[in-house]
Design a protein around this ligand. Structure first.
Ligand SMILES: Nc1ncnc2c1ncn2[C@@H]1O[C@H](COP(=O)(O)OP(=O)(O)OP(=O)(O)O)[C@@H](O)[C@H]1O
Ligand SMILES: [Mg+2]
Length: 309
C-alpha cells in the first residue's frame, strides 16, 4: 500500500484537484484507493459530491479517536473510498495540542487497513500545522503540486524543511517523490524558468541524503483547463464531468506515471535518527529574485544557511 501526501502550504495550487482526479483515475484502473480529507475546508469531500454539513463523522473523529478509520471510510465510487472532513476539523489542532503522540494518530489509523488497499492519498490543508504533520508521519511519499508562476517557489524551502524534519524525527521513510506542475501554460516563458530552477535545485540534491534527493518533476504536467475548475461544483471527478477534456487526459497520464514509474524503493533498513537536529540537515534557502513589473522573474536556489521565518 502506497501512502502519498499531496502537500503544498501555498493555497490554490491544485492539491485537491490532483488528489480527486489522480485517485479517480487509479480507481478506474482497478486499483483500490482511499482518499483522506485533512483540510477543514472540506474541498475534497465536496469535490466527491458530499455536503460537509451532512458528514457526521470523518477525519476529525479519527484524529480524536472517537471513531475507527476503517469504519469511517465511505465507499464513494467503484474502488474509491473517502475519509471525509467536516468543519469540526478546524478545532483538531488545538484540541490535540496536549495529546501524547498527536503527530502519529493517522499513521496508527492507517495500520488497520494495511495491505487491504493499493493507495492512500492525503489531501493536506494549505498550512504546515498538526494536520499536515499527521499526514507526513503517515506517508512514505510526498507529491508537491506547484503552480509555476511568479512567487511560486516562495515558501518552498520551508515546505522541504518540514518534510526533512519529519523524515529525521518521526518518519524515516518519508521522501519527496515528485513535483507536479499544475495549471501549466506552456506558451508562457515563466513556467519554463520556474521548471528549470527546480530541476537545477533537485539536481544539486542528488548526491545528498536529504528527503528530496530522489525527487523529480513529473514528466507529465497539468494544463490549465476550465473543466477542472467546473467539475467540483457538480461534485464530480473530471472523468465523470468531461472525460474527453485536457484535464482528464492529463490526470490519467499522471495516474499512469505514478503507478508505473513512481515506485518507492523498500527502506526496511532505515533507522530513525532521533539525535540529529534540523541545523545538521542540508540547509536550503530559496531566494526569489524578481523585479516587480518584469515578465522575467527568475527564482534562484542557493545552498546557504536556512533563514528562519
Ligand atoms: N489545471 C487547472 N486548470 C484550471 N483550474 C484549475 C486547475 N487545477 C485546479 N484548478 C482550480 O483552481 C482552484 C484551486 O485548486 P485546488 O482546490 O485543487 O487547489 P488546492 O491547492 O487544493 O487549494 P487549497 O490550498 O485551498 O486547498 C480550484 O478552483 C480548482 O478547481
Ligand atoms: Mg485543497
Amino acid at each position: 500500500m502506497r501512502v502519498i501526501a499531496v502537500l503544498n502550504q501555498k493555497g490554490g495550487v491544485g492539491k485537491t484537484t490532483t488528489v480527486t482526479n489522480t485517485a479517480a483515475a487509479l480507481a478506474a484502473m482497478g486499483l483500490k484507493v482511499i482518499v483522506v480529507d485533512m483540510d477543514p475546508q472540506s474541498h475534497l469531500t465536496i469535490h466527491l459530491g458530499l455536503e460537509p454539513q451532512s458528514v457526521k463523522s470523518g477525519s476529525y473523529q479519527v484524529l480524536v479517536k472517537e471513531a475507527r478509520f476503517e469504519q469511517e471510510i465511505m465507499f464513494v465510487r467503484p474502488n474509491l473510498w473517502l475519509l471525509p472532513a467536516n468543519i469540526n476539523l478546524v478545532g483538531a489542532e488545538t484540541e490535540l495540542v496536549s495529546v501524547v503522540g498527536r503527530e502519529t494518530i493517522l499513521r496508527e489509523a492507517f495500520k488497520t487497513v494495511e495491505n487491504k488497499f493499493d493507495y492512500i492519498f492525503i489531501d493536506c490543508p494549505p498550512s504546515l500545522g498538526l494536520l499536515t504533520l499527521n499526514a507526513l508521519a503517515a506517508s512514505e511519499e510526498v507529491l508537491i503540486p506547484l503552480q509555476p508562476h511568479f512567487l511560486a517557489l516562495q515558501g518552498f524551502g520551508k515546505l522541504l524543511q518540514t518534510v526533512e524534519l519529519v523524515n529525521k524525527r518521526i518518519n524515516p521513510n518519508l521522501k519527496v517523490r515528485g513535483i507536479l506542475l499544475c495549471m501549466f501554460d506552456s506558451r508562457a516563458s515563466l513556467p519554463k524558468e520556474v521548471k528549470a530552477d527546480i530541476e537545477l535545485f533537485l539536481e544539486n540534491a542528488r548526491e545528498t541524503n536529504c528527503a528530496w534527493a530522489q525527487a523529480t518533476i513529473l514528466p507529465v504536467y497539468i494544463r490549465r483547463n476550465i473543466k477542472l475548475a467546473e467539475a467540483p461544483s457538480y461534485g464530480k471527478t473530471i472523468f465523470e464531468y468531461e472525460p474527453d477534456c485536457h484535464g482528464a487526459e492529463d490526470y490519467k497520464k499522471v495516474a499512469e506515471f505514478i503507478h508505473s514509474q513512481f515506485q518507492m524503493p523498500a527502506q526496511s533498513d532505515t533507522q530513525l535518527d532521533t539525535t540529529s537536529e534540523i541545523q545538521e540537515q542540508p540547509p536550503i534557502e530559496i531566494k526569489v529574485v524578481s523585479q516587480p513589473g518584469s515578465s522575467s522573474s527568475v527564482s534562484e536556489f542557493t545552498q546557504t544557511k536556512v533563514q528562519e521565518d
